[in-house]
Design a protein around this ligand. Sequence first.
Ligand SMILES: C[S@@+](CC[C@H](N)C(=O)[O-])C[C@H]1O[C@@H](n2cnc3c(N)ncnc32)[C@H](O)[C@@H]1O
Length: 359
Amino acid sequence: MSSETEIVKEGLVKIEVPRVERLRGPGRKSHVPFFNPLMRTNRDVSVFVALTTLSDGDTVLDGLAATGASGLRTALETEDELAVTLNDKNPTCHDLIARNIERNQATNCSVTCEDLNSLLSDGRFDLVDVDPFGTPIRFVEGAVRATTDGGIAAITATDTAVLCGSRMKACIRRYGSRPRRTEYCHELGLRILVGYIARAAARFDKGIEPLLCFSTDHYFRAIVRVRKGARKADRTLERLGHLHMKGLERGLLPETGAAGPLWADAFLDAAFLESVKLPSYFPHKVSKLLELWREEASSPPLFYTTGEVARGFVSEPPALDRIIGALRDEGFVATRTHFRPDAFKTNADVESIGRILRT
Ligand SMILES: C[S@@+](CC[C@H](N)C(=O)[O-])C[C@H]1O[C@@H](n2cnc3c(N)ncnc32)[C@H](O)[C@@H]1O
């Protein structure tokens, strides 16, 4: 270990990472292997997805591995004997990953130092993890092509401002989709990312089934099962749509609208989420998120913030629990959402929401 690195423990692995102070230095970040402790949730999720979906002999590619933290954790925290490839084109990362594999005696891990797209053009994997700086678009086609039939593609995007509509033209250029800056723009942005993955898969006669797509901290993450076949691709494309809005009313419909094309169907798989068993050492943040995702999986698309319904109907924003309880009492579906702590999802129409708020 050099004086510019330190050992940190995350999950069940001990990894050598650059000292955090170094990341703050201007102009040096690109040469220093990247490790962001704040992205731990992302890695925790990768581990429980592998735990829940993979079995002995399955292959995993951590395509942009940096220090190897995520792939190493997947290799060592799942009970099954997986074959995990950790790849990074930066030679400094490659050497660091090799040391981290040795440090953890991870005999089921190997390290490569290739451009991810060339690795994806030759290889086939049961789980492909793509966790880039910024937009993932240059890796999406390769990732869905390299994922086996029934395998999983897990794709992160940190260009959330673009997907949320702060830079409309960049979103149209990158994702071929019109964003919309609204109170619920994080859900629209996530749906644009999933819609992009769906269209990329369809180009190769593949369909997708979202397992867990979410927004947290400063990134979006789409974890989808990939299915081979032209009919699977056609059915996937039928699940795309556009945003339609009028006043407070909002919905996702097939016809061209105010934003899209975007994923217009469920992005949380209730059965998958129910089957997840978190290891006892996982942080509380992950169990709280899992609880919210499970609740949200039964909800209709899009949400309302308490602030916007207050502006529309009453003077004070209602307490979240009160509005959700009142909607349920009237027989509507109503849940919290992981996108915002001050928002709710419901199948009630705007008129009913207004009536319930005034009583
Ligand atoms: C955001 S970091 C990955 C962080 C890591 N997944 C984690 O959880 O700590 C992105 C990494 O991708 C690598 N990279 C960027 N472009 C690449 C490419 N075309 N092929 C392979 N690696 C690439 C960079 O060297 C960098 O280490």
